[in-house]
Design a protein around this ligand. Structure first.
Ligand SMILES: Nc1ncnc2c1ncn2[C@@H]1O[C@H](COP(=O)(O)OP(=O)(O)O)[C@@H](O)[C@H]1O
Ligand SMILES: [Mg+2]
Length: 395
């Protein structure tokens, strides 16, 4: 049954992804309810109704479900029991299989292996003896990752020796871990697929992703460093994995391309993804609009790119000398600012992003570079202010 505009979309999670889901939903005429940890969370600030609660609060999730016609999620750290409590009252899209699989790295790896998807050497460990066996298999250097709740590189330790690995396991409080060989990466890319209730899919990407300190720094479209064969492979696997999860909504597949040329699946996210933010300006429909369409049973939009684009994250580190110079950044042509409404700027915290478009990728990248430099340097905004409507800004 189609869930038509005017109905209420419930979102588990109140972060920036929930905020951008809410903005897209509003544009299509839906109401939005969110489960957020605070009334001023980024997603809560744009919602019609806020249920304040944690992502493992089953009673709060049930309240959200009762108020919604369909429930989706913006993070995979939702407790499956809470998601199930919401799903009693409204369809949960994506469903519990996708949530359970993506929130636990061990289950995710097992799923990928079962599907025959290409993955790097890895093992699941619970004890020091397991750990030493795992390292014999993966080799060194290796990366230890907690199975749940890691993000933006949190819950990960890179190790170069057995002794370091044992110490790192202790630091990670001896939780169940996935140990991976630390791969020699040529590049990282991602594909986001939207899959409808009827199983129809569209793919966005591949996007090329550069990380800094394990946090996404910049994403570009097109992925200029990826060859066409691997690009098709990445799209094919994303569609296949979404179907295998029987997922309705979005699936982002993060990939590694190793220096010896292998395309490997890194991880899955059954939700909008940071690497797809540039779809807001650069595609005929954004990842957020595609999500709304998918979960409501509406036709998916064409995934038609309109422009080359590059997205750069704005982390809290930028705020060390007060507010960045927004005026200067916006004086750069075809640069678009997104701020998430977070009050406290902490280092490493995603506060917003910039997307720059261009006639080609080189132009988009040059504009992003200029805009980012302007954030820390007031001279551009002074030039913009000195000329009517910013006409003195660099072209
Ligand atoms: N096995 C690995 N080999 C090399 N680099 C890795 C490996 N695992 C993670 N990384 C780097 O760390 C980043 C974050 O790791 P990821 O597993 O995607 O966790 P999350 O995005 O949840 O923090 C990756 O995008 C990649 O840059
Ligand atoms: Mg990742």
């Amino acid at each position: 049954m189609t869930i038509l505009p005017g109905a209420t979309i419930g979102v588990l999670g109140g972060g920036q992804l929930g905020r951008m889901i809410g903005l897209a939903a509003h544009r299509l005429g839906y109401r939005v309810a969110v489960l957020a940890d605070a009334p001023d969370a980024p997603g809560a600030l744009v919602a019609d109704r806020v249920v304040v609660g944690a992502l493992d609060d089953a009673a709060a999730a049930a309240t959200l479900g009762r108020e919604a016609d369909v429930v989706t999620l913006e993070v995979e750290h939702v407790d499956p029991a809470a998601a199930a409590a919401a799903a009693v009252h409204a369809p949960l899209r994506p469903g519990l299989l996708a949530l359970r699989t993506a929130r636990d790295r061990a289950l995710e790896k097992a799923f990928l292996v079962a599907q025959g998807a290409p993955v790097g050497p890895h093992a699941v460990v619970e004890t020091d003896a397991d750990l030493l066996r795992a390292l014999a298999h993966t080799g060194l250097p290796a990366i230890l990752k907690t199975t749940t709740e890691g993000y933006d590189g949190r819950g990960q330790r890179s190790v170069c020796s057995e002794a370091e690995a044992v110490a790192a396991r202790a630091e990670l409080r001896g939780q169940r871990l996935v140990v991976e060989a630390r791969l020699d990466l040529a590049l990282e890319v991602s594909v986001i697929v939207a899959r409808g209730v009827d199983g129809a899919t569209i793919a966005m990407g591949p996007f090329e992703n550069a990380h800094r300190d394990h946090i996404l720094d910049v994403s570009t479209y097109p992925a200029a460093s990826l060859d066409p064969v691997r690009s098709r492979e990445a799209i094919t696997w994303a569609g296949r994995l979404a179907a295998a999860l029987d997922l309705v909504g979005l699936l982002c597949v993060e990939y590694f391309v190793t220096r010896d040329g292998r395309l490997l699946v890194n991880e899955l996210a059954p939700r909008p993804h940071n690497s797809g933010h540039l779809t807001i300006e650069a595609f005929a429909a954004s990842q957020f609009e595609q999500l709304v369409r998918a979960i409501c049973g509406l036709p998916l939009a064409l995934a038609q790119p309109r422009s080359a684009a590059v997205m750069g994250n704005l982390l809290g580190d930028l705020w060390t000398d007060g507010d960045p110079d927004w005026v200067g950044a916006l004086a750069v042509p075809d640069v678009h600012l997104h701020l998430y409404g977070k009050r406290a700027a902490r280092p490493g915290r995603k506060m917003g992003h910039l997307t720059a478009l261009g006639a080609d990728l080189a132009e988009a990248v040059a504009r992003l570079r200029t805009a980012r430099a302007a954030l820390r340097d007031r001279s551009l905004s002074q030039r913009a202010a000195g000329s009517a409507a910013g006409r003195g800004a660099p072209r």
